[in-house]
Design a binder for this molecule. Structure first.
Ligand code: CA
Length: 239
């Protein structure tokens, strides 16, 4: 029986009920539902959830404001957030990811997808930090078939060395340090170095294109999230 506490912040009661029903069916019994941003923040304090489903379109305090508040407070900044969004709210969702939300699900959503995303986020967040390359004292990030050494800036694919440019290395390292997590183009821009001119979001697409070419048969390690950005696959299967 899973013991994680889940909080839903969503003003549509029917969607909240549906979520609760599906979570309980999967054995998540500690589930609470808040109908406004304000009461959601209050529940975060009292209930101390392990994960939050956050609707972006809320009356009065918006979902983005809730996200901003949670991520700016040290006592709540580590609670994973999955945003619930409508297609038309794509730009808000990108802002949410940049504020530190962990993932998003577009409405109308299927229960299976939602539970799978939730489990993936919970799994990622419960991993000890040693699993992330950037925290490794020996600078090695290993995520089969990828191997990267931060100090020597070497990269190997299934044991074979591959030469990357400075920016390609940084982008791949950022993506691979958090498999499954979506990074927006502007988050990736921050990782790249513009020599004389600012790096544009379009330039990121060009970098990814170059990276995929070098990844060859492993190009599908990097997934495109349309209109949003990119992510490193959580589990790689040869396609
Ligand atoms: Ca809503």
């Amino acid at each position: 029986m899973p013991s994680e506490k889940i909080l839903i912040i969503e003003d549509e009661k029917a969607i909240g009920d549906l979520l609760i029903y599906n979570l309980q069916k999967e054995g998540y019994t500690a589930v609470r539902h808040a109908l406004t941003g304000e009461s959601g923040l209050e529940e975060v304090r009292k209930f101390e959830p392990d994960l939050i489903f956050l609707d972006l379109m809320l009356p009065e305090m918006s979902g983005l404001d809730v996200c901003r508040k949670l991520k700016s407070r040290p006592e709540t900044s580590r609670i994973p957030i999955i945003m619930l969004t409508a297609r038309s709210e794509e730009s808000d969702m990108i802002v949410g990811l940049e504020l530190g939300a962990d993932d998003y699900v577009t409405k109308p959503f299927g229960a299976k997808l939602l539970i799978a995303r939730m489990r993936a986020v919970l799994r990622r967040c419960s991993m000890p930090p040693e699993n992330f390359g950037e925290d490794l004292s020996d600078g090695i990030l290993c995520h089969e078939p990828l191997w990267m050494n931060l100090f020597t800036r070497q990269m190997k694919l299934a044991g074979e060395p591959v030469t990357l440019t400075f920016n390609e290395f940084n982008i791949l390292h950022l993506l691979a340090s958090r498999p499954g997590r979506v990074f927006t183009r502007s988050q990736l821009v921050l990782e790249t170095r513009g020599d004389d001119y600012p790096v544009t979001e379009r330039a990121i697409d060009v970098q990814i294109l170059g990276l995929r070419r070098k990844l060859g048969e492993y190009a599908t390690l990097i997934e495109t999230i349309r209109g949003v950005g990119y992510r490193f696959v959580e589990e790689w299967e040869k396609r």
